[in-house]
Design a protein around this ligand. Sequence first.
Ligand SMILES: NC(=O)c1ccc[n+]([C@@H]2O[C@H](COP(=O)([O-])OP(=O)(O)OC[C@H]3O[C@@H](n4cnc5c(N)ncnc54)[C@H](O)[C@@H]3O)[C@@H](O)[C@H]2O)c1
Length: 276
Amino acid sequence: MKTLDGKVALITGSGRGIGRAIALKLASHGARVVVNDLDRQPADDVVAEIQAAGGDAVACVGSVTATDFAERFIKTAVDHYQGIDIIVNNAGYTWDNVIQKMSDEQWYAMLDCHLTAPFRILRAAQPVLRALSKAEAEAGREVYRKVVNISSIAGLGGNAGQANYAVAKAGITGMTKTLAKEWGRMKVNVNTVAYGFIRTRLTEATAGASASVEIEGREIKVGISPELVKIMDAQIPLGRGGTPEEAAGAVYLFCLPESNYISGQTLVCGGGFTLG
Ligand SMILES: NC(=O)c1ccc[n+]([C@@H]2O[C@H](COP(=O)([O-])OP(=O)(O)OC[C@H]3O[C@@H](n4cnc5c(N)ncnc54)[C@H](O)[C@@H]3O)[C@@H](O)[C@H]2O)c1
Protein backbone atom coordinates (compact mmCIF):
# COMPACT_ATOMS: atom_id res chain seq x y z
CA MET A 1 0.00 0.00 0.00
CA LYS A 2 1.48 3.35 -1.09
CA THR A 3 0.86 6.58 0.84
CA LEU A 4 -1.19 8.23 -1.93
CA ASP A 5 -2.78 5.14 -3.48
CA GLY A 6 -5.78 6.07 -5.64
CA LYS A 7 -5.55 9.80 -4.91
CA VAL A 8 -6.19 12.12 -7.85
CA ALA A 9 -3.65 14.95 -8.11
CA LEU A 10 -3.92 17.96 -10.44
CA ILE A 11 -0.65 19.81 -10.93
CA THR A 12 -0.27 22.93 -13.09
CA GLY A 13 2.97 23.59 -14.93
CA SER A 14 4.08 20.00 -14.44
CA GLY A 15 5.85 19.51 -17.76
CA ARG A 16 9.15 20.82 -16.41
CA GLY A 17 11.08 21.79 -13.31
CA ILE A 18 9.46 21.65 -9.90
CA GLY A 19 5.99 20.75 -11.22
CA ARG A 20 7.38 17.80 -13.14
CA ALA A 21 9.21 16.57 -10.03
CA ILE A 22 5.99 16.92 -8.01
CA ALA A 23 4.05 14.91 -10.62
CA LEU A 24 6.65 12.12 -10.64
CA LYS A 25 6.89 12.09 -6.84
CA LEU A 26 3.14 11.93 -6.21
CA ALA A 27 2.71 9.31 -8.96
CA SER A 28 5.51 7.21 -7.46
CA HIS A 29 3.50 7.19 -4.22
CA GLY A 30 0.37 5.96 -5.98
CA ALA A 31 -1.42 9.14 -7.09
CA ARG A 32 -3.13 9.38 -10.46
CA VAL A 33 -2.02 12.66 -12.00
CA VAL A 34 -3.53 15.29 -14.29
CA VAL A 35 -0.45 16.85 -15.86
CA ASN A 36 -0.77 20.39 -17.18
CA ASP A 37 1.65 22.51 -19.13
CA LEU A 38 1.56 25.37 -21.55
CA ASP A 39 3.66 23.25 -23.90
CA ARG A 40 2.31 19.91 -25.17
CA GLN A 41 5.56 17.96 -25.57
CA PRO A 42 6.85 18.22 -21.98
CA ALA A 43 3.36 17.44 -20.63
CA ASP A 44 3.07 14.35 -22.84
CA ASP A 45 6.60 13.30 -21.84
CA VAL A 46 5.73 13.42 -18.13
CA VAL A 47 2.54 11.41 -18.74
CA ALA A 48 4.60 8.82 -20.65
CA GLU A 49 7.23 8.71 -17.89
CA ILE A 50 4.57 8.09 -15.22
CA GLN A 51 2.88 5.40 -17.35
CA ALA A 52 6.22 3.72 -18.10
CA ALA A 53 6.80 3.43 -14.35
CA GLY A 54 3.43 1.69 -13.96
CA GLY A 55 1.48 4.78 -12.90
CA ASP A 56 -1.58 6.54 -14.25
CA ALA A 57 -1.61 10.06 -15.73
CA VAL A 58 -3.40 12.18 -18.29
CA ALA A 59 -2.42 15.50 -19.88
CA CYS A 60 -4.48 18.68 -19.92
CA VAL A 61 -2.45 21.03 -22.11
CA GLY A 62 -2.90 24.80 -22.18
CA SER A 63 -2.20 28.03 -20.38
CA VAL A 64 -3.59 28.35 -16.88
CA THR A 65 -4.41 31.95 -17.81
CA ALA A 66 -6.95 30.99 -20.50
CA THR A 67 -10.44 31.92 -19.35
CA ASP A 68 -11.80 28.41 -19.98
CA PHE A 69 -8.81 26.58 -18.50
CA ALA A 70 -10.02 26.02 -14.94
CA GLU A 71 -13.26 24.28 -15.99
CA ARG A 72 -11.37 22.15 -18.52
CA PHE A 73 -8.75 21.16 -15.95
CA ILE A 74 -11.32 20.13 -13.35
CA LYS A 75 -13.41 18.33 -15.97
CA THR A 76 -10.37 16.33 -17.11
CA ALA A 77 -9.90 15.03 -13.54
CA VAL A 78 -13.58 14.24 -13.06
CA ASP A 79 -13.99 12.60 -16.49
CA HIS A 80 -10.86 10.46 -16.14
CA TYR A 81 -10.69 9.76 -12.45
CA GLN A 82 -14.13 10.68 -11.03
CA GLY A 83 -12.71 12.92 -8.35
CA ILE A 84 -10.13 15.33 -7.00
CA ASP A 85 -7.89 14.81 -3.96
CA ILE A 86 -4.89 17.10 -4.46
CA ILE A 87 -4.50 20.38 -6.35
CA VAL A 88 -1.05 21.95 -6.74
CA ASN A 89 -1.01 25.47 -8.19
CA ASN A 90 2.56 25.51 -9.49
CA ALA A 91 2.61 26.91 -13.07
CA GLY A 92 4.59 30.09 -13.34
CA TYR A 93 7.58 32.11 -14.42
CA THR A 94 9.17 35.44 -13.64
CA TRP A 95 9.21 38.59 -15.78
CA ASP A 96 11.41 41.04 -13.90
CA ASN A 97 12.00 44.76 -14.03
CA VAL A 98 12.47 47.62 -11.61
CA ILE A 99 9.20 49.41 -10.99
CA GLN A 100 9.95 52.47 -13.15
CA LYS A 101 10.50 50.19 -16.15
CA MET A 102 7.72 47.71 -15.48
CA SER A 103 4.87 47.84 -17.99
CA ASP A 104 1.21 47.17 -17.19
CA GLU A 105 1.56 44.08 -19.39
CA GLN A 106 4.36 42.76 -17.17
CA TRP A 107 2.41 43.53 -14.02
CA TYR A 108 -0.79 41.82 -15.14
CA ALA A 109 1.03 38.83 -16.66
CA MET A 110 2.31 37.88 -13.20
CA LEU A 111 -1.03 38.50 -11.47
CA ASP A 112 -2.86 36.51 -14.17
CA CYS A 113 -0.56 33.50 -13.94
CA HIS A 114 0.28 33.32 -10.23
CA LEU A 115 -2.92 34.64 -8.68
CA THR A 116 -5.97 34.77 -10.96
CA ALA A 117 -5.33 31.32 -12.44
CA PRO A 118 -5.18 29.56 -9.02
CA PHE A 119 -8.28 31.53 -7.96
CA ARG A 120 -10.22 30.29 -10.99
CA ILE A 121 -9.00 26.69 -10.59
CA LEU A 122 -9.98 26.58 -6.93
CA ARG A 123 -13.33 28.23 -7.67
CA ALA A 124 -14.04 25.63 -10.36
CA ALA A 125 -13.01 22.81 -8.01
CA GLN A 126 -15.30 23.90 -5.17
CA PRO A 127 -18.56 22.24 -6.35
CA VAL A 128 -16.74 18.93 -6.89
CA LEU A 129 -15.05 19.08 -3.49
CA ARG A 130 -18.33 20.09 -1.85
CA ALA A 131 -20.25 17.16 -3.38
CA LEU A 132 -17.54 14.67 -2.38
CA SER A 133 -17.27 15.94 1.20
CA LYS A 134 -21.06 16.04 1.60
CA ALA A 135 -21.42 12.42 0.47
CA GLU A 136 -18.56 11.35 2.76
CA ALA A 137 -19.99 13.24 5.74
CA GLU A 138 -23.37 11.56 5.18
CA ALA A 139 -21.62 8.19 5.12
CA GLY A 140 -19.79 9.08 8.36
CA ARG A 141 -16.41 9.16 6.66
CA GLU A 142 -13.75 11.83 7.13
CA VAL A 143 -11.63 12.16 3.96
CA TYR A 144 -9.00 14.89 3.76
CA ARG A 145 -8.14 16.65 0.52
CA LYS A 146 -5.17 18.89 -0.17
CA VAL A 147 -4.47 22.18 -1.91
CA VAL A 148 -0.86 23.26 -2.14
CA ASN A 149 -0.23 26.72 -3.58
CA ILE A 150 3.29 27.47 -4.73
CA SER A 151 4.86 30.75 -3.63
CA SER A 152 8.34 32.14 -3.29
CA ILE A 153 10.47 33.76 -0.63
CA ALA A 154 10.12 36.85 -2.88
CA GLY A 155 6.46 36.88 -1.86
CA LEU A 156 7.38 36.71 1.82
CA GLY A 157 10.29 39.13 1.96
CA GLY A 158 10.16 41.07 -1.33
CA ASN A 159 12.85 41.04 -4.00
CA ALA A 160 14.26 43.95 -6.00
CA GLY A 161 13.10 43.81 -9.62
CA GLN A 162 10.12 41.60 -8.84
CA ALA A 163 7.28 43.90 -7.72
CA ASN A 164 4.84 42.05 -10.01
CA TYR A 165 5.97 38.55 -9.01
CA ALA A 166 6.39 39.33 -5.28
CA VAL A 167 2.90 40.84 -5.10
CA ALA A 168 1.36 37.84 -6.86
CA LYS A 169 3.26 35.38 -4.68
CA ALA A 170 2.32 37.32 -1.52
CA GLY A 171 -1.29 37.27 -2.72
CA ILE A 172 -1.40 33.52 -3.02
CA THR A 173 -0.61 33.21 0.69
CA GLY A 174 -3.73 35.33 1.36
CA MET A 175 -5.73 32.95 -0.82
CA THR A 176 -4.30 30.00 1.12
CA LYS A 177 -5.26 31.45 4.49
CA THR A 178 -8.75 32.41 3.33
CA LEU A 179 -9.57 29.06 1.75
CA ALA A 180 -8.18 27.23 4.78
CA LYS A 181 -11.02 28.98 6.64
CA GLU A 182 -13.68 28.53 3.95
CA TRP A 183 -12.86 24.90 3.19
CA GLY A 184 -12.05 23.48 6.61
CA ARG A 185 -15.57 22.14 6.91
CA MET A 186 -15.04 20.26 3.63
CA LYS A 187 -11.91 18.70 5.22
CA VAL A 188 -9.63 20.38 2.70
CA ASN A 189 -6.16 21.34 3.96
CA VAL A 190 -4.95 24.45 2.14
CA ASN A 191 -1.26 25.30 2.49
CA THR A 192 1.54 27.12 0.70
CA VAL A 193 5.08 26.04 -0.14
CA ALA A 194 7.38 29.04 -0.68
CA TYR A 195 10.61 28.16 -2.46
CA GLY A 196 13.98 29.75 -2.12
CA PHE A 197 16.53 29.09 -4.85
CA ILE A 198 15.63 25.89 -6.72
CA ARG A 199 17.67 24.86 -9.76
CA THR A 200 15.35 24.82 -12.78
CA ARG A 201 15.44 26.53 -16.16
CA LEU A 202 14.22 29.69 -14.40
CA THR A 203 17.37 29.87 -12.32
CA GLU A 204 19.99 27.85 -14.20
CA ALA A 205 23.40 29.34 -14.83
CA THR A 206 23.52 30.85 -18.31
CA ALA A 207 26.98 31.92 -19.37
CA GLY A 208 27.34 34.64 -22.02
CA ALA A 209 24.18 35.62 -23.82
CA SER A 210 21.18 35.23 -21.56
CA ALA A 211 18.66 32.54 -22.42
CA SER A 212 15.00 33.14 -23.11
CA VAL A 213 11.88 31.04 -23.52
CA GLU A 214 8.58 31.76 -25.21
CA ILE A 215 5.62 31.96 -22.84
CA GLU A 216 2.25 32.88 -24.31
CA GLY A 217 3.83 34.52 -27.34
CA ARG A 218 6.23 36.64 -25.28
CA GLU A 219 9.99 36.20 -25.11
CA ILE A 220 10.85 35.85 -21.43
CA LYS A 221 14.42 35.97 -20.16
CA VAL A 222 15.38 32.99 -17.99
CA GLY A 223 18.53 31.91 -16.16
CA ILE A 224 21.08 33.85 -14.18
CA SER A 225 24.81 34.39 -14.56
CA PRO A 226 27.18 31.77 -13.11
CA GLU A 227 28.66 34.50 -10.88
CA LEU A 228 25.27 35.26 -9.36
CA VAL A 229 24.60 31.54 -8.85
CA LYS A 230 27.84 31.37 -6.82
CA ILE A 231 26.82 34.39 -4.73
CA MET A 232 23.38 32.92 -4.08
CA ASP A 233 24.78 29.50 -3.16
CA ALA A 234 27.11 31.19 -0.67
CA GLN A 235 24.16 32.85 1.07
CA ILE A 236 22.21 29.61 1.51
CA PRO A 237 22.87 27.96 4.90
CA LEU A 238 22.75 24.50 3.30
CA GLY A 239 25.33 25.72 0.76
CA ARG A 240 23.54 25.30 -2.58
CA GLY A 241 20.33 25.71 -4.48
CA GLY A 242 17.74 22.95 -4.10
CA THR A 243 16.93 20.29 -6.67
CA PRO A 244 13.42 19.98 -8.16
CA GLU A 245 13.17 16.64 -6.33
CA GLU A 246 13.92 18.32 -2.99
CA ALA A 247 11.34 20.99 -3.85
CA ALA A 248 8.77 18.27 -4.59
CA GLY A 249 9.42 16.76 -1.16
CA ALA A 250 7.93 19.83 0.54
CA VAL A 251 4.69 19.50 -1.44
CA TYR A 252 4.58 15.78 -0.69
CA LEU A 253 4.65 16.51 3.06
CA PHE A 254 1.43 18.52 2.70
CA CYS A 255 -0.20 15.67 0.72
CA LEU A 256 0.39 13.06 3.41
CA PRO A 257 -2.28 12.05 5.96
CA GLU A 258 0.21 13.09 8.67
CA SER A 259 -0.51 16.73 7.70
CA ASN A 260 -4.30 16.38 7.94
CA TYR A 261 -4.50 18.78 10.90
CA ILE A 262 -2.29 21.47 9.30
CA SER A 263 -4.01 24.17 7.26
CA GLY A 264 -3.46 27.80 6.26
CA GLN A 265 0.32 27.52 6.68
CA THR A 266 3.35 28.47 4.60
CA LEU A 267 6.32 26.13 4.53
CA VAL A 268 9.57 27.69 3.29
CA CYS A 269 11.69 25.27 1.28
CA GLY A 270 14.91 27.18 0.77
CA GLY A 271 17.81 25.42 2.46
CA GLY A 272 17.52 27.80 5.41
CA PHE A 273 17.69 30.96 3.26
CA THR A 274 15.03 33.66 3.57
CA LEU A 275 14.56 37.17 2.20
CA GLY A 276 13.54 40.17 4.28
N1 LIG B 1 13.02 27.83 -9.36
C1 LIG B 1 12.97 28.60 -8.27
O1 LIG B 1 14.00 28.96 -7.68
C2 LIG B 1 11.64 29.06 -7.73
C3 LIG B 1 11.64 29.82 -6.56
C4 LIG B 1 10.44 30.24 -6.02
C5 LIG B 1 9.25 29.89 -6.63
N2 LIG B 1 9.26 29.16 -7.78
C6 LIG B 1 7.98 28.87 -8.38
O2 LIG B 1 7.89 27.49 -8.67
C7 LIG B 1 7.00 27.30 -9.78
C8 LIG B 1 7.68 26.39 -10.81
O3 LIG B 1 8.82 27.05 -11.33
P1 LIG B 1 10.07 26.25 -11.95
O4 LIG B 1 11.29 26.83 -11.34
O5 LIG B 1 9.84 24.79 -11.87
O6 LIG B 1 10.02 26.74 -13.46
P2 LIG B 1 10.17 25.92 -14.86
O7 LIG B 1 10.23 26.97 -15.92
O8 LIG B 1 11.27 24.94 -14.75
O9 LIG B 1 8.80 25.13 -14.94
C9 LIG B 1 7.59 25.81 -14.97
C10 LIG B 1 6.64 25.13 -15.93
O10 LIG B 1 5.40 25.88 -15.91
C11 LIG B 1 4.95 26.03 -17.24
N3 LIG B 1 4.15 27.24 -17.35
C12 LIG B 1 4.55 28.54 -17.29
N4 LIG B 1 3.52 29.35 -17.47
C13 LIG B 1 2.43 28.57 -17.65
C14 LIG B 1 1.07 28.83 -17.91
N5 LIG B 1 0.62 30.07 -18.05
N6 LIG B 1 0.22 27.78 -18.02
C15 LIG B 1 0.66 26.50 -17.90
N7 LIG B 1 1.96 26.19 -17.69
C16 LIG B 1 2.82 27.21 -17.57
C17 LIG B 1 6.22 26.12 -18.09
O11 LIG B 1 5.94 25.79 -19.46
C18 LIG B 1 7.13 25.14 -17.39
O12 LIG B 1 7.04 23.84 -17.95
C19 LIG B 1 6.64 28.67 -10.28
O13 LIG B 1 5.39 29.07 -9.76
C20 LIG B 1 7.75 29.54 -9.73
O14 LIG B 1 7.37 30.89 -9.58
C21 LIG B 1 10.43 28.74 -8.34
